[in-house]
Design a protein around this ligand. Structure first.
Ligand code: NAP
Ligand code: ZN
Ligand code: ZN
Length: 351
């Protein structure tokens, strides 16, 4: 298969800083779209993956799955987009297209789904490489349309932080009057607040960080509960229909389960791994409460979200950085010092 060399930023090992590297991309096949990457959001998953936090990283890694770009080439069978269109690519670049989950627009749960980075590239015998690069080639099914009223840098985080919180909000039928809580005010958390607010829910933020209270209210939270304050936690027992927990590390989720209403659901989206401390069944049994998980979202649902963001003028609150600042951005992310998503101006890769 014909390939071309493309500039990227990535790493060869878990303890190396990210730096410039060259990667190979395939030339567009009949169903492919090639895009010049303009902006790429920085997800905490990029950091987990680059540093092998989950133990299954294959190197080299080029992270990035919140991609906004301009179409530069299309294969002759492409009908969805044309050269010059502003488009987006999120966390998925392929799936089997024939299993029940694919048929139900749940490509993210396809046993053969291919992540935008760190997946197994079906065309080239190498890992897939993500958006910290000058261009990418993706099958048109996985390329999304961007509403033209939205800021191009600000819309990038919708592709992961947005859809990861939108999918559970929609699945658990959040609507006017729903009582929703969000745990953690970072990239996912701030999008969860904006989206739940736009769905007309009553929104509460659980945070460890009192200095984020004002921002949370500006973003659309009606209430903020400082999770380390026992009396504040007591005041919200039995209150919420849905909790979206975005915390990236093992933490005690038991205090949150008790804040669910009868039949309420706590959805883990942040932490991947065994719970520690263990889950206590008592508050679950005593209120028919559920603890669930959710992974990103399918392609149709991601387009639905982009269109919703266009209609409601929703983008992410971002800090635009150059690619050369990525290692510093990761260190700030580890200190929860992100307001509220870094987005890389990929033009900086040319420097
Ligand atoms: P982020 O921007 O770093 O935000 C995480 C927030 O969680 C922080 O701002 C902080 O908020 C809180 N937090 C951090 N460490 C904590 C700790 N030890 N204990 C309690 N709270 C803590 O991260 P993100 O990009 O939103 O990603 C969050 C997680 O979601 C990551 O693990 C990422 O890999 C995962 N993720 C999952 C999916 C999925 O499909 N399920 C998709 C994307 C990302 P406060 O200061 O307010 O406490
Ligand atoms: Zn992500
Ligand atoms: Zn499938």
């Amino acid at each position: 298969m014909e390939t071309k060399q493309v500039k990227a930023f990535g790493t060869d090992a878990s303890d190396y800083a990210l730096g410039a590297m060259d990667i190979k991309r395939r030339l567009a096949t009949p169903k492919d779209i090639e895009l010049e990457i303009l902006y790429c959001g920085v997800c905490h998953s990029d950091l987990h993956f680059a540093r092998n936090d989950w133990g299954f990283t294959v190197y080299p890694v080029v992270p990035g799955h919140e991609i906004v770009g301009r179409v530069t080439q299309t294969g002759n069978g492409v009908t969805k987009h044309k050269v010059g269109d502003i488009v987006a690519v999120g966390c998925l670049v392929d799936s089997c297209r024939s299993c029940n989950n694919c048929k139900a627009d749940l490509e993210q749960y396809c046993p053969e789904w291919v992540g935008t980075y760190g997946g197994q590239d079906k065309h080239l015998q190498q890992p897939t490489f993500g958006g910290y690069s000058e261009s990418i080639v993706v099958d048109e099914h996985f390329v999304l349309s961007v509403p033209d009223n939205l800021d191009l840098a600000g819309v990038a985080p919708v592709l992961c932080a947005g859809i990861t919180t939108w999918s559970p909000l929609r699945h658990w039928n959040v609507s006017e009057g729903s009582k929703v809580a969000v745990v953690g005010l970072g990239g996912l958390g701030h999008m969860a607040i904006k989206l739940a607010h736009a769905l007309k829910a009553e929104v509460t933020l659980f945070s460890r960080s009192p200095e984020k209270i004002e921002d949370a209210k500006r973003l659309g939270a009606d209430h903020v509960v400082i999770s380390t304050d026992e009396s504040q936690m007591k005041d919200v027992q039995g209150k919420f229909d849905v909790i979206i927990d975005t915390v990236p590390y093992a933490h005690d989720i038991n205090p949150y389960v008790g804040t669910l209403n009868v039949n309420g659901t706590l959805v883990l989206v942040g932490y991947l791994g065994p719970l520690d401390p263990m889950l206590n069944s008592v508050p679950m049994i005593m209120g028919r409460r559920k603890v669930a998980g959710s992974l990103i979202g399918g392609i149709a649902e991601t387009q639905e979200l982009l269109d919703f963001c266009g209609a409601h003028n929703i983008t992410s609150d971002i800090e635009v950085i150059n690619i050369q600042e990525i290692n510093e951005a990761y260190e700030r992310m580890l200190k929860s010092d992100v307001h509220y998503r870094f987005v890389i101006d990929m033009g900086s890769l040319k420097n």
